[in-house]
Design a protein around this ligand. Structure first.
Ligand code: SF4
Length: 381
């Protein structure tokens, strides 16, 4: 990142995404999809001289991407996420209905949110998932809808999801070895996940489908080359994601993390890689292409190479709590006020206050850092 851009960002002067060399598509698509300026309640209006987008935080980051968790339930029991017996699930009535979710997304879209990533738990265990996607597609200002799934139910749902308006898909598969897959997820479902992945190839509009893989030290080293090989053999981008301290059992430690840099060296020793620029400035993944052109892989190194300075993500949990960061210790209840009859202005006030209080980043590894908040399964990736 050019030094001057960081200073300009820090000075809150940047109105839109920063174009990295050769990456200018973001600017045009943002202009096309910029929502009608939102009529903020008088007391929330900024002095007219400063035209800062509504969802800009005090570090100048502009939030256009929403991770929308539609359930906390999951059909797998990944060891780095939840205990074998599962979690104490949210009561059904605590989970936002499709109507409530769409209302909250519509308010966030009025404020500038454009991209929705649907997550869980596991989103495909929610029976009305295709209906939710279809209704998200109809929200003014929403440009792209993607989903992260573990793929186990994907083969059954993929056609309906694409018909409903799904644009992109990430499938979480940590191992191509059925024994290790079952050991990690506590379910013997690799074949179904791979069947789901293969079913995506019937829908070229979904491309590129990404495979998310969390590789733990002492567990998945033997999975690294087979997964990288998958990106060479099939039309998928494989993303290696560093394990984050978001497990329900609070057993995470830094020794479990294999840094992206180390994984890159392991792969490059076999198949040389060259770096590409990020797909957009706020994209978490660093992209690399095999020098022989046989595919692309990404590294999401949130622990060893944090990307918080360019973060544009907000999260809405399945029970309607707004979180400005994956590691936020504060969250704002939007569902309660909504069910209590709150109007859009009141919801907007709550949202803006939440974004205004967003911290600079996760701070993992800084002296005294701890995290006592929600586990990943109750936030959504
Ligand atoms: S840790 Fe928080 S601030 Fe950093 S990139 Fe993730 S969501 Fe954004």
């Amino acid at each position: 990142m050019r030094r001057s851009s960081v200073n300009r960002l820090a000075a809150g002067a940047i109105e839109g995404p920063i174009d990295l060399p050769g990456e200018s598509h973001a600017e045009s698509s943002v202009a096309e999809h910029r929502p009608e300026p939102v009529a903020l309640p008088t007391r929330l209006r900024k002095p007219t001289c400063v035209s800062t987008p509504a969802l800009a935080d005090r570090f100048g980051r502009i939030h256009r991407s929403l991770r929308l968790s539609v359930t906390d339930r999951c059909n797998l029991r990944c060891r780095y996420c939840m205990p074998a017996e599962g979690m104490r699930w949210l009561p059904g009535l605590a989970i936002a209905t499709a109507d409530e979710m769409i209302r909250l997304v519509a308010v966030l879209a009025r404020l500038g949110v454009q991209d929705i990533r649907v997550t869980g738990g596991e989103p495909l265990v929610r029976p009305d998932i295709a209906v939710i996607l279809e209704r998200l597609r109809g929200v003014t200002g929403i440009r792209e809808i993607s989903m992260t799934t573990n793929g186990v139910l994907l083969a059954r749902h993929i056609d309906a999801l694409v018909d409903a308006g799904l644009d992109r898909l990430n499938v979480s598969i940590d191992s191509l070895d059925p024994v290790r897959f079952a050991a990690i997820t506590r379910r013997d479902d690799l074949a179904r996940a791979l069947e789901g992945l293969a079913a995506c190839e019937r829908h070229p509009t979904l491309g590129p489908v990404k495979v998310n893989a969390v590789v733990l030290r002492g567990v998945g080293e033997d999975d690294v080359l087979p997964l990288a090989g998958l990106a060479r053999a099939r039309p998928y981008v494989v993303r290696f994601i560093e394990a984050m301290p978001l497990d329900a059992g609070r057993e995470w430690n830094a020794d479990q993390v294999i840094p992206g840099d180390e994984l890159r060296r392991m792969i490059s020793a076999v198949w040389p890689l060259r770096e590409l620029s990020r797909s957009r400035p706020s994209a978490p993944g660093r992209r690399w292409r095999f020098v022989d052109g046989a595919g692309e892989i990404e590294f999401v190194s949130s622990v060893t190479e944090p990307f918080c300075a360019m973060c544009d993500r907000l999260r809405l949990t399945a029970d309607g709590r707004l979180r400005s960061c994956l590691f936020a210790t504060e969250e704002t209840d939007l569902l309660g006020p909504l069910r209590g009859g709150a109007g859009d202005d009141e919801l907007i006030e709550l949202i803006l206050a939440n974004v205004a209080a967003k911290g600079p980043g996760h701070g993992i590894g800084t002296p005294g850092w701890t995290y006592e908040g929600r586990p990943m399964s109750m936030i959504g990736g």
